[in-house]
Write a protein that binds this ligand. Sequence first.
Ligand SMILES: Nc1ncnc2c1ncn2[C@@H]1O[C@H](COP(=O)(O)OP(=O)(O)O)[C@@H](O)[C@H]1O
Ligand SMILES: [Mg+2]
Length: 434
Amino acid sequence: MLKNGKYHNFNIDQFYKNYLNGPKIFKKRDALEPAYIPNELPHRDTEIKEIASKTACALRGDTPPNFLCYGMTGTGKTATIRYISQKLAQFTKKSKPWWIYINCSIVSTPYRILAHIYNTIVGQEKIPPTGLPKDVIFKKLLGLLDHKISNSICFLVLDEIDLIADKRGGNEILYDLTRLNENLDSCRTCLIGISNKLKFKDSLDPRVISSLGKEHITFSTYNAKELGDILKERAKIAFCDDILKEGVIPLCAALAAKEHGDARKALQLLRKAGEIAERTQNKMITREHVNKAQHELERDHIIDYIKGMPLQAQLVLTAIYLITIFSNDRVIVSGDIYEVHDELTNKMPGVRSLTRRRISDYINELSLAGIITAAKKSLGYYGRTKVINLDIDKKLLEGTLSHIAKIKTLLNYKPVLIQNKKVRIKNNVFRKLS
Ligand SMILES: Nc1ncnc2c1ncn2[C@@H]1O[C@H](COP(=O)(O)OP(=O)(O)O)[C@@H](O)[C@H]1O
Ligand SMILES: [Mg+2]
C-alpha cells in the first residue's frame, strides 16, 4: 500500500505496542519446551525406581550395569534419565559422575560418536569431524577417560540408539563402547541406551545384546488421566494464574492419549493453544484454541512428513495430485498412478520408473500416513482395484510440493493419461467409463 509516498505493509511499532498492552498468557514459556526438566515426573515412579536401583551403586563408587530403556515416543525416557542424573549428582559428595549425552539422530555416525565423547570431555573441538582412523581416536579416548575422569564413573547415554544400530559399523561401535571398561585402568563407564522402537533388539548383534541388552526397563504409555496430571503441573509453572478455561487440559490430554499417550504431543498442544490465545489477544485459553492448535500441528506434521519422504514417494504423491487437479470427477485407481508416475520419471533424467509393486508399497505408506485413503473396491467392469483419494487439502499439498526443487517444475504438467479416454488396469486397457 502506498501512503504519503511510502510503502506501508505492516506497522511493526503498532504491533509491538499492542502485544505489550495485550493480555499476558505465559509466565514462563520455556517450561513447555521439550528441553525443560521438571522437578517432579508424575507417573514415572516405577521407571525411576528401577533406574535408581540400577545406578545407586555409583554413589559408592561401583560401576552400574549397562542397560536399555524402551518405550514409545513421549513416554518420558529422556526426561527420566536426565532427572536421575541430577539426583545422582546431588547425592554424590566427591568425584561426581560424568554424564555424556549423545543423541544419535544428531550425532549419527560411529566416528562422530567417538569424536563427540572425546570433545565433550575435553570441552573443545579437539577431534575433527572426519579424518582420523577409528582405532586412533579410540586409543586417545581411553587415555583421556583414565586421565581426566580417573576414579569417577562416566555414564554414556546413547539416546535414539536404534538409529545407530542399523548403520554400517553401528553394532561394532556399540560393542566397543560396552567393552570400554576392559581397557580402562581407573575410570569406569556405564552405557545407557534409549530406544523408541520396542523391536530394536532384533537389529543388534548377539555380542552387543549380551553386554548391553541383558537388562532393560520398559516405559509404559500414559493414559489420558496421567497426561492430565502432567499437564496440570506444567501449566502451573508456564502460565499466568487463572487463564485456563475449564476443559482445556482434559482436551489436550484426551487428544494426546489417542496418539499412544505421548506427553510431548500433549505439551505441544497446550503450548500452541497458549500461543494462539496470545496471537489473537485473548485473555484466556479455551477449548477452541486447543482444537485450532491440533489442526495447526497436524498441518505442520504433514508438511514435514512430505518434505522428508524419498523422491520416489514424492513423485507418487505428485502423480496423485496431478490426476486430482486435472480431472475433477475421475475415480483414481492405482493403475493411473503407475502410468502418471511413469510419465513423470520420463521427464526427469536419472530417475527410474518403478514396478507396480513398488508403487503399491508407496500408496500403502501414504495411506498409513493419512495423506490419502486407499480402499480396495470392486468396480464391476474393471474388476477389483484400489481406489485412491487425496485426504489432505489440495492447496496445502500444492504449497508443500512447490517447495521441493525437483518437483516444483512438474506441478503444471497435465498427464497424457488425463488427455485420453483410456484407463489401464492390471495391464489391460479399458475405455474410460463416463
Ligand atoms: N512424567 C512426566 N512428567 C512431566 N513431564 C513429562 C513426563 N513424561 C514426559 N514428560 C515431558 O514430555 C516431553 C517428552 O518426554 P521425553 O522424555 O522427551 O520422551 P521420550 O524420550 O520418551 O520420547 C518432555 O517435555 C518431558 O519433559
Ligand atoms: Mg527421547
